[in-house]
Design a protein around this ligand. Sequence first.
Ligand code: PMP
Length: 406
Amino acid sequence: MIDIQKIRNQFPVLKQQVYGKPLVYLDSAASTQKNIDVLLAERQVTLDFYGNIHRAAHFMADKTTQVFEASRDLTAQFIHAGSREEIIFTKGTTESVNLAAFSFGEAFIREGDEIIVSEMEHHSNIVPWQMTAQRKGARIVRWDFNEKGELELPELKRLINSRTRLIAVCHVSNVLGTINPVKEIAGLAHASGVTVFVDGAQAVQHIAVDVQELDADFYAFSSHKMYGPNGVGVLYGKRELLDAIPPYQGGGEMISEVSFSGTTYNELPYKFEAGTPHITGVAGFGAALAFLSKTRFADIEKHEKMLLEMATEELSKIGGVTIYGTSPRKSGVISFNMKGIHPYDAGMLLDKMGIAVRTGHHCADPVMEHFGIPGTVRASFAIYNTPEEVDRFIAAMKKIKEILAV
Ligand code: PMP
């Protein structure tokens, strides 16, 4: 069982009032709030022993390096990577996708090849693949979802052919909330020698992830959606794949030797970590992982599912509400519209009632296009949300209907 009050106490920001009302924060899919330990870890590195990592041979740099590399170990454990060398620190999911798309593209994508991208992807798991396709003369093939917001495996089977090189798919959709069957997708892909890139930005904080069990070739996520600092992300890649692809950026740290007659690259993971990274952020990320690891994922899932089911049921009772994404395999995200009410208007009124949600296209234009809508209201739940907050959200939506519905 989760002790929500104990958890909430670690997020002082949640205690504040907005426009004189207690804050209800239902925008964790965009960014979670930060655990106090995260700030303390960043503060400790900043105030007690800050130095640039890896390079300098002095006490402070050495201490900072230890903290930085400890976060790498924690990350590897957290997603059950085969080794710490398979964990590349980036500035976020977006950079992780760009890295994979560029470097994989350079090594393995040729003219006439195909990259399958699911229709429910965030723009950051579409555009970098489009850029690679454009550079290499390859083609993007769209994998549509069904009316419940589910990707169907027979359809994937139909799309894979001898030209397919990679499938880009999210583990959990940031709009529909669907939890995709990554293991089965990887099984199908690997049977045809196709590589699988998984965008885990909306998964790692909600469900237990074991990249080896899933057999994902790449897996990307962002610290700021998992109670950690912004400006830090991860790209996991299978070692043999990371070894086989060239670096994404050149600079310090990623080299072994540099001369004007030629340069050799550093070993994994440093080959992909050019320049000074977000050192304090990575330290804070380690604290976020330690926080998340204190609660069993089975309990996190149970709690968030309870909030999702409650919100779904109560919202459906209001009448005139369309929910986008109705798969039974769903994470704590609920995207919806109320008849006759523009999502921006609903979001603005919710804000004035102290309730923070997201409105708009959620960086997933193809999903909006699928439903023929300009945007949705999206409420998303996290470990620190309570049933009382869901009640306040529902009461607010009823009030908005009274005020705005035609
Ligand atoms: N993928 C998904 C599914 C997301 O929800 C997001 C963030 N909204 C991203 C990628 C991009 O993450 P970031 O902005 O941290 O790079």
